[in-house]
Design a protein around this ligand. Structure first.
Ligand SMILES: Nc1ncnc2c1ncn2[C@@H]1O[C@H](COP(=O)(O)OP(=O)(O)OP(=O)(O)O)[C@@H](O)[C@H]1O
Ligand SMILES: [Mg+2]
Length: 266
């Protein structure tokens, strides 16, 4: 199983949309995907029309389980929320982990341990992070084999990105080797100066990690979430889904940063 983490401390930049889109596209290729909802607000759980309060066992139960077993992880999995996609749902209680476990030894490796119980059962684990740096994101970074950082193409989001990337450097300095990282410009609107200027800024300042293309603004993402379908199930050929398809291809082929959209052309 490969573990991909979608993270950014900034809210509303397209993390959950990226997680669900990539999960859907991998599933479409016949991969067995485990989506892990690490956000106490449970957006990925709600995405598939599930109510956290109605689910008896969720990720929180795994986090507080001192004797993790295959069985205790299995019971936290909601199977087949979509074709080839299982989900470990979130609950509000995850928000209490910072306080109760923040300083406890070994807590940063809990998610890695949870996933290692089931690593033979899936091809990919896709982890949707909450928009803040705390014990949950530290856990995600420790388990991460490919880090995907969506960033909205607008100025305030870019400021947040600088902070995010610095934090990541600090975390990996102490812990382990940094995984490959791709910064994905999202909600790009080629009609606006703000989008174009911020993409230019991103390419100039983060050239090493920035994806060569963009995820365009596309209202069908919202429609797909309302219908509780992955974007590719809802609208396989929309511009947004096509862009995520290209991102996935580039990630799998390692062709992340050969720029596709020429800024002079927009
Ligand atoms: N490319 C896009 N075009 C248009 N709308 C989008 C796009 N990406 C995401 N959205 C919409 O923007 C909103 C926020 O997206 P999303 O929930 O994915 O962000 P997030 O980073 O996970 O937010 P949070 O930090 O609150 O978890 C959602 O309503 C989503 O449907
Ligand atoms: Mg989210």
């Amino acid at each position: 199983m490969k573990t991909w983490v979608i993270a950014n401390q900034k809210g509303g930049v397209g993390k959950t949309t990226t997680a669900v889109s990539l999960a859907g596209l991998l599933a479409e290729q016949g991969k067995r995907v485990l989506l892990v909802d690490l956000d106490p607000h449970a957006s990925a759980t709600h995405y598939f029309d599930l109510e956290p309060d109605d689910i008896k066992y969720n990720l929180f139960n795994c986090f507080v389980d001192d004797n993790l077993t295959l069985h205790s992880v299995h019971r936290c999995i909601t199977p087949a929320v979509s074709l080839n996609i299982d989900l470990i749902s979130a609950s509000m209680a995850l928000a209490t982990l910072d306080k109760s476990f923040g300083a406890r030894q070994g807590m940063g490796l809990k998610l890695k341990n949870i996933l290692s119980e089931i690593h033979q059962e899936y091809d990919y684990a896709i982890i949707d992070c909450p928009p803040l740096l705390g014990v949950l994101m530290i856990n995600a970074l420790a388990a991460c084999e490919y880090l995907i950082v969506p960033v909205q193409t607008e100025f305030l989001a870019i400021k947040g990105l600088e902070r995010m990337l610095k934090t990541i450097e600090m975390v990996y300095n102490k812990a382990s080797v940094k995984p490959p990282t791709v910064v994905v410009p999202t909600m790009f609107d080629r009609r606006t100066r703000a989008s174009i200027d911020s993409l230019r800024y991103l390419r100039r300042n983060f050239s090493e990690n920035i994806w060569r293309s963009v995820i365009p603004i596309d209202t069908r993402f919202r429609d797909a979430s309302q219908k509780h379908q992955t974007p590719s199930d809802f609208s396989a050929n929309s511009s947004g889904v096509s862009a995520y398809r290209q991102l996935l291809k580039d990630m799998l082929k390692g062709t992340i940063n050969r720029y596709e959209i020429r800024l002079e052309a927009v």
